[in-house]
Design a protein around this ligand. Structure first.
Ligand code: BGP
Length: 465
């Protein structure tokens, strides 16, 4: 991978910002289906309109560019490109993303494209989703279509967004569709996600394009408040559970023995086929995309059944409690500040994480594909003074730079998110954007203080390079 300019950008995903859920040819996705069902009972909103990016992409990309950013990470909706989970490609879907890429070109913004960010055709989802190996084949066919149409225009590709966090929520916490609490199903779905990712990497390489392809992995600095053997063991187990389960396979082409031994002792792994080993080996990524929000504090497992609780209400006190029987439990540091959804405000975690990743995978470049702070922003007199977000992001960027000075090979950084958007189960009040969206007034875009701060931070960073 040749060294290009550092990517300074921000990110979104299709379901969270596009809206136009049934516009033109678009098929129905698992998230359309879930949000329209009675299972969507916490914040009861949908992504039907979301940030209306489907109609306002030009304004959003222009603002991003005027904010000094040189890259935009977004995802393609599988349901727009191949509606109905069949084989027919929708010209309307291709045209839409070509218009988005044209707009990026017009404003000198590098498009950074994720193939899959949680939303899949409902037809595959109803057939078992990622638990069904047929979805892997279907995804690879979809990836080939995307490379065919956009491969010559897009230099940065990501296969899958967060195989860990998605399956943690879908099959652990049970708050994302299919709302299951069964880790054996989680591991199977994750295996297929990783196989699909490796398969897409192989297809991309066959085309001999000049870009690069990686995976986006939510990864954590796993830490403990106590230093003894039992806590060290909990750290190791949590590292397997959250990080290495995805990163080892994607970066080294194989699972670690420790991980397989641990899984084998609890689950049937007959879906792991011998012939897949070659796919994983050939499907090694060019870079590792990291979504970094907070650290993970753990303690040893003591007692009780496996259970995971998510704070999706932003009530300021519900704990994101987790017990993984015989592995670890999540811990709490009463001295660290958190947002209303229980996310620690701890920028140094990016430094700790980057150093750990560099030690583990020294040859693989890293791109920070997401970093951001969810908050209840207030619009006062037409302004949003989000000092808390500025402080958070500034801390992360400075700690990232320190890690780079110490030898970590980081090639880009993306704020989550470009503008406010749908925050999955958390609805619309949990805002992450550099740009505020006034949902009550025609989705008007209003630049937050963090938007201006980021512009200056990028300019200063480029000057200091
Ligand atoms: C990541 C996802 C994003 C985004 C972000 C914030 O896990 O890739 O899609 O949503 O987290 O999370 P949330 O919206 O749940 O607060």
């Amino acid at each position: 991978m040749t060294k290009d300019k550092f990517l300074w950008g921000s990110a979104t995903s299709a379901y969270q910002c596009e809206g136009g859920w049934n516009a033109d040819d678009k098929g129905i996705s698992n998230w359309d289906d879930f949000c329209h069902s009675e299972k969507n009972n916490i914040n009861c909103v949908t992504g039907d309109v979301a940030s209306d990016f489907y109609h306002r992409y030009e304004e959003d990309i222009k603002l991003l560019s005027q904010g000094g950013q040189n890259a935009y990470r977004f995802s393609l909706a599988w349901t727009r490109i191949i509606p109905g989970g069949k084989t027919n490609v929708s010209q309307a879907g291709i045209d839409f993303y070509n218009r988005v890429i044209d707009t990026c070109e017009k404003y000198n913004v590098e498009p950074f494209v994720t193939l899959y960010h949680y939303d899949m055709p409902i037809e595959y989802f109803k057939n078992g989703g990622w638990e069904n190996r047929e979805t892997v084949e279907a995804f690879i066919e979809y990836a080939k279509v995307c490379f065919k149409y956009f491969g010559h225009r897009v230099k940065y590709w990501a296969t899958i967004n967060e195989p860990n966090y998605e399956t943690y929520c879908c099959y652990g916490r049970g708050n994302y569709p299919p709302n299951v609490k069964d880790l054996s199903r989680r591991w199977k779905a994750m295996y297929h996600l990783l196989l699909a990712s490796a398969g897409a990497v192989i297809e991309y390489r066959k085309l001999n394009l000049s870009g690069m392809i990686g995976i986006v992995s939510d990864s954590y600095s796993i830490e403990a408040l106590v230093d003894n053997e039992a806590y060290q063991e909990a750290i190791k187990n949590a590292d397997l559970f959250y990080n290495k389960c995805v990163n080892d396979v994607s970066v080294t082409g194989k699972y670690s023995d420790a991980f397989i031994t641990k899984l084998k002792s609890e689950y049937d792994l007959s879906y792991m086929k011998e012939e897949d080993k070659e796919i994983f080996e050939k499907g090694i990524v060019d870079y590792l995309g990291i979504n970094a929000y907070d650290r993970t504090l753990v303690k040893p497992y003591t007692t009780g059944e496996t259970g995971m609780v998510a704070n999706n209400t932003g009530d300021g006190f519900t704990k994101n409690a987790t017990i993984i029987k015989n592995w670890f439990e999540l811990d709490e540091d009463p001295n660290t500040k958190k947002n209303a959804w229980g996310c620690e405000i701890y920028p140094k975690s990016i430094y700790n994480l980057l150093l750990a990743l560099n030690a583990e995978y020294p040859k693989t470049p890293i791109i920070i594909t997401e970093n951001g702070l969810g908050y209840y922003d207030d619009l006062v007199d037409g302004k949003v003074h989000d000092v808390y977000r500025i402080e958070f992001l500034n801390g992360f960027i400075d700690w990232m730079k320190k890690a780079m000075e110490e030898g970590c090979d980081v090639r880009g950084y993306f704020v989550w998110s470009t503008m406010d958007l749908y925050s999955w189960i958390n609805g619309y009040k949990k805002r992450y954007g550099l740009v505020y969206i006034d949902y009550d007034h025609d989705n008007k875009r209003i630049l937050k203080d963090s938007y201006y701060w980021y512009k200056t931070k990028i300019q200063e960073s480029i000057r200091d390079e």
